[in-house]
Design a protein around this ligand. Structure first.
Ligand code: ZN
Length: 230
């Protein structure tokens, strides 16, 4: 038997090292006074209290909404501006707090929720201001953005490989989407089609094709891997 600190040889009967005073550790003998040679592993307690945090965050969003509504009702006897406050806060709540309601937040579920909340908020603004831009502009743009993001999130989550193809495809879709955005703007505001969307279309398509090229060409991918550690 040897001292764990200084390495001097010890007798089995010795409880302390005679040289350095370190407690002797005899792996063959049952531990004395109930203490093992090293502390037992205690699993660290999870600090994050999900329900407590949710409770506080919900109040953080609820209180300004209620205050805004009360002030608005007191001053104007109607919902004039507090609707925007409540709508905006609801969209933020959906985006930042709603995922924490789930133990394992699934982006494929909560991304569409955020976009539905945003669509409803935009519809409210449109109705409240007497606008004519919801159906031909806000609804399709937010809807297509939501579908695109949800599709990317779903593919990344459920496909184990081929992330580069997903990103490449997403960039090309984004380029095509810019053309649709120009079309929606022209229809809504009765403008002339000047094809500004051709620039984002070309840029996004080039990035997308480059990503797909990297995905297809294995030697290119491995040389990039080595150079940039991606
Ligand atoms: Zn010692």
């Amino acid at each position: 038997m040897y001292c764990v600190n200084c390495g001097v040889e010890l007798k089995d009967s010795e409880k302390l090292c005679p040289l350095c005073g370190t407690m002797a550790f005899h792996p063959d003998l049952p531990p004395q006074n109930g203490e093992g040679p090293y502390p037992e592993y205690v699993e660290p307690k999870r600090r994050f209290n999900r329900f407590g945090t949710l409770f506080v965050l919900t109040f953080v969003f609820l209180i300004p909404s209620v205050i805004a509504l009360l002030i608005d009702l007191k001053l104007n006897s109607a919902v004039i501006w507090s609707g925007y406050v409540i709508g905006g806060l609801t969209v933020c709540y959906t985006a930042f707090v709603l995922p924490f309601w789930f133990k394992r937040p699934n982006p494929v579920i909560f991304i569409p929720c955020v976009f539905v909340a945003a669509e409803l908020f935009l519809l409210y603004i449109n109705l409240a201001t007497g606008g004519r831009w919801f159906l031909s502009l806000a609804f399709p743009i937010a809807g297509i953005s939501g579908l695109l993001l949800t599709a990317v999130a779903a593919l990344l989550k459920y496909l184990k490989r081929g992330k580069l193809y997903v990103f490449g495809g997403a960039f090309i879709a984004l380029g095509g989407f810019s053309m649709l955005i120009e079309m929606f703007i022209c229809v809504t505001f009765k403008l002339r089609f000047i094809f500004w969307s051709i620039y984002p279309l070309v840029a996004c398509s080039l990035i997308g094709l480059l990503l797909i090229l990297i995905a297809v060409c294995k030697p290119l991918r491995s040389s990039l891997d080595k150079r940039f550690f991606i």
